[in-house]
Design a protein around this ligand. Sequence first.
Ligand code: S3P
Length: 171
Amino acid sequence: EDGVVARARVVLVGPPGSGKSTIGRKLARELGVELFDTDAGIEAETGRSIPEIFAEDGEPEFRRIEEQVVRRAVLEHEGVVSLGGGSVLSARTREVLRGATVVYLEISVGEGLRRTGSSNARPLLNGADPVAKYRELMKQRRPLYREVATVRVRTDGRSPGRVVRMILARL
Ligand code: S3P
């Protein structure tokens, strides 16, 4: 979009379990800036949890809210912005990310799933076969993460501190 310029210093993308929250927190600390987590922003704005929004209004409505919160965060927040794993599904969001520094935290299916654990906090992975679901998500999203990314970092088997140092070296 013309005239739309990201203010965010760094945007983190990647699937659930790729470490966006942990890495985001540490990276923001290292850079001396604030972290804005869009999932938390959605919950603060709606006064509801993400599972509640999915259950009450469905995924399309969640995506609509997410698109707005992400857009505002990327354009207005001057620190690190960590995006919910499905944000890149929106073509408008991908457009908003053009020109921003976007770090894709790459993770294998096995380790990503292991890190998401068995919590109920992620409605998309709550079904009968989380492994199949996660594979399907990655198949659909991998090209989108790659499209928006300016930096790609493999996180498998690496500590958060190591990942943050790798990111800092490439900013
Ligand atoms: C989602 C990921 C979640 C959250 C929502 C949907 C997804 O964020 O936005 O449950 O579609 O992958 P995390 O990537 O922080 O788990």
